[in-house]
Design a protein around this ligand. Structure first.
Ligand code: PLP
Ligand code: COI
Length: 339
């Protein structure tokens, strides 16, 4: 085992031993290759560099108390990456290649999987790029699918402690009928200015509004938004947010735990009616939100008045984590056991 301070791992790049690559050339996918280089050699006119033909996924592998390595709902990530590829006209990675590649990347880097109970996980980053050259705006003929891994701690440094987020109206992340619902790099570039300013002003992330009317809540930076109102789990329905696999799982768990689940447009005005609010995603897991600042009106919405996550968010967090780490029954068949 590596001499790593797992408990203080940030959510950041960490060099591991190997990554896995597969090329699409002449209309077909090739062999899955292993590399120990952190670099890729691509054509200077590759479409990923010029025209944004790039999509990625984010998933985690967990070491359980029983020593087993589990990955959570990989099929959903594989499907989402196919949707992303289709959305920006890239070659789709077949599910079998996706699965073999992530499993291989995990097995080659087992010494970097954080031990159980350290609050860390092995983050998997599948990446698909247009690697073939074009100067005219059209799809590449060649693609590279790559998976690297990195042991990580919580995305927001606060972990499961409540964070502050900011609503602003001068930057949009994604347009309706644009690329907001797929996981392409351009969405993240578009959100960087608002995100950086929010950080500089003391907030963990931005809570984006829908860009058409600026009336409804969209999502919270690299995570979906959810709220608890009495006995109901509420989360935005919007064409410009990423369908989060964590959120989808929380909706199932909430229902299973006897809560009502609503997926519907949520106006910013409703923020004053919620008992608990949070951000959810692979990287963020559940990040409870203690304050939402509306930068334009100056209005603050406050939650977690005792400084702690609310009871429903806590229950959901514990149940999700227990399934992922194998300490609770995998009732919905979400885990794939690598070894
Ligand atoms: N929304 C955005 C914009 C994201 O980048 C992510 C992270 O993948 C999520 C939501 C959460 O999705 P998931 O739960 O599938 O990780
Ligand atoms: C994830 O939650 O896995 C993500 O991909 C978020 C990422 C942009 C850091």
């Amino acid at each position: 085992m590596e001499n790593i301070d797992w408990k203080s791992l940030p959510f950041a790049y960490f060099k591991t031993d190997y990554n896995v690559r597969c090329y699409y050339r002449n209309g077909k996918w090739g062999k899955i290759e292993t590399s120990s280089s952190e670099y890729i050699n691509i054509h200077m006119a590759a479409t990923c560099l010029h025209y944004g033909q790039e999509a990625f996924e984010g998933m985690k592998a967990f070491r359980g108390e029983d020593g087993k390595i589990r990955i959570f709902r990989w099929e959903e990530n594989a499907k989402r990456m196919q949707r992303s590829a289709d959305g920006i006209m890239m070659a789709e990675v077949p599910a079998e290649i996706f699965k073999k590649s992530i499993v291989k990347a995990i097995r080659l880097n087992t010494k970097h999987i954080p031990p159980f109970g350290e609050g860390a996980a092995l983050y998997l980053r599948p990446l698909l790029i247009g690697s073939g050259p074009q100067v005219g705006v059209k799809p590449a003929d060649e693609y590279l699918f790559l998976v690297f891994v990195s042991p990580v701690g919580p995305y927001f440094k606060e972990g499961f402690s409540p964070v502050k987020v900011q609503i602003s109206r001068d930057y949009d992340r994604a347009a309706p009928r644009g690329t907001g619902s797929i996981k392409v790099g351009g969405n993240y570039a578009a959100g960087m200015k608002a995100g950086k300013r929010a950080h500089d002003e003391g907030f963990a992330t931005v809570l984006f509004l829908d860009s058409k009317e600026q009336k409804y809540l969209d999502e919270a930076g690299p995570a979906n938004f959810f709220a608890i109102k009495g006995n109901t789990y509420v989360t935005p329905k919007s064409d410009s947010i990423l369908p989060s696999i964590t959120n989808m799982s929380l909706m199932t768990l909430a229902e299973d735990m006897g809560y009502k689940v609503e997926r519907r447009p949520i106006t910013a005005d409703e923020l004053s009616e919620f008992d608990e609010v949070g951000a959810c995603g692979t990287a963020a897991v559940i990040s409870p939100i203690k304050l939402i600042n509306d930068r334009d009106t100056g209005k603050n919405y406050e939650y977690c008045k005792d400084g702690k996550a609310g009871p429903v968010s806590t229950k959901l967090y514990n149940r999700l984590k227990a399934i992922q780490e194998g300490t609770a029954e995998d009732k919905f068949g979400w885990n794939y056991i690598v070894e």
